[in-house]
Design a binder for this molecule. Structure first.
Ligand code: M6R
Length: 366
């Protein structure tokens, strides 16, 4: 049942080229520059005139929501707020009939996310769901939605469900942009053509597994670890830190790289591994200066870099390459080595990777 892998988590990590392909099937038409999302089609007109989107979720799904925020604001130019479902439901948030709430949940059974949906629904908002489990409670509560089609995820640590959520949010961002006219067809042709090839690039990212294992060996005895990124590299950093803490029990924190100076920098010494998302995109130069700041304090730098990078290689202790891609698709690729890194560290520490202590696959009580 584990398909020859030692753990479900590893199997699910390796399924990602396939699960992302499944997620995009019948939804993207690269030659025409068109996205079709049957699940939300009846709201196509409404999407032209919405003022705001609120994303509600918990845990990893909340991280996917942050990636969605960057993409929807960038391409569809609709303001997005991303909320922890547990906080949102107990505030007295301002919600109107003009709002669209997107609830993200792998299981479709998370208690706080369900309560947030019910509250927003009562106040008249339109609710979309992004779920993995067909027919679960959340898809039944929402007005419309888009399934991730990642297949059953058994490992408690979310891997393929996360990248599928990010894929759906990418498609939604492009779909909304198409509806609103904030993107040209030629730009969509370019982006969708590239997106269509992301599964192959994920395959390439997975090929760094042996190197990642070597890096894991070097940092497996650390007691703390920092993950830093900018732009959409920031939610990737948060997700990398959550993966590491939940399965290896190493204390890890994700931060926007620029926030390091406002506190976490005090933690850095020769014992502290710092994982940077340092790919070649709009924040590359800024991230390089953050790496220099860590090296000046003797921190151990592990960097996720673009294939062929030479600059970061001069400074970092270990570099893990991922294929070059448009910044929009960075989270889909940069997440892969972080999943493998936490997996190997947890295995080396003798942890129960698929069933970490104190954790349940879906949190059905608040
Ligand atoms: O099923 P959901 O997506 O609603 O679950 C949300 C979180 O409980 C979940 O992502 C959790 O953080 C995972 N253990 C992350 O790996």
């Amino acid at each position: 049942e584990k398909g020859g892998f030692d753990h479900f988590m590893l199997k699910e990590i390796y399924e990602q080229p396939r699960s992302i392909k499944d997620c995009m099937r019948g939804r993207i038409y690269p030659e025409e520059g068109k996205v079709q999302l049957g699940g939300i089609k009846e709201f196509a007109e409404k999407l032209k005139n919405i003022d705001r989107i609120i994303i509600v979720a918990c845990g990893t799904s909340w991280h996917a929501g942050l990636v969605g925020e960057y993409l929807i604001e960038e391409y569809a130019r609709i303001p997005v707020e991303v909320e922890y479902a547990s906080e949102f439901r107990y505030r007295n948030p301002i919600i109107t009939e003009k709002d669209v709430v997107i609830a993200i949940s792998q299981s479709g059974e998370t208690a706080d996310t369900m309560a947030a949906i019910e509250m927003a629904k009562e106040r008249g908002a339109t609710i979309f769901g992004i779920c993995n489990v067909a027919g679960a409670s959340i898809p039944r509560l929402t007005h419309a939605g888009v399934y991730t089609h990642a297949g059953p995820e058994i490992g408690v640590a979310s891997t393929k469900a996360f990248t599928a959520q990010v894929t759906v949010l990418t498609l939604m961002a492009f779909y909304m942009a198409q509806q609103k006219g904030t993107i040209t067809t030629s730009k969509l042709i370019e982006l969708l053509t590239e997106l269509d090839h992301i599964p192959e690039k994920i395959q390439v990212a997975l090929e760094s597994n042996d190197l990642i294992k070597e890096v894991a060996e070097k940092i497996k005895d650390s007691t703390n670890c920092l993950f830093l990124g900018r732009g959409s590299g920031f939610p990737v950093a948060l997700e990398g830190a959550l993966k590491l803490k939940e399965i290896s029990y190493i204390h890890a924190e994700g931060y926007p790289a620029a926030e390091m100076k406002h506190g976490p920098i005090a933690l850095i010494d020769e014992e502290m591994p710092v994982v940077f998302i340092a790919t070649q995109n709009s924040s590359y130069e800024k991230v390089i200066s953050n790496i220099q700041e860590v090296k000046a304090r003797k921190g151990k730098v592990i960097a996720i870099v673009t294939q062929g990078d030479t600059e970061v290689k001069k400074m970092a202790d270990y570099c893990i390459e991922i294929p070059d891609a448009n910044e929009a698709f960075l989270p889909l690729l940069a997440t892969i080595p972080l999943q493998l890194l936490s997996y190997h560290i947890a295995v080396m520490r003798g942890c129960n990777v698929d069933q970490p202590r104190n954790l349940a696959k879906s949190v059905t009580v608040e």
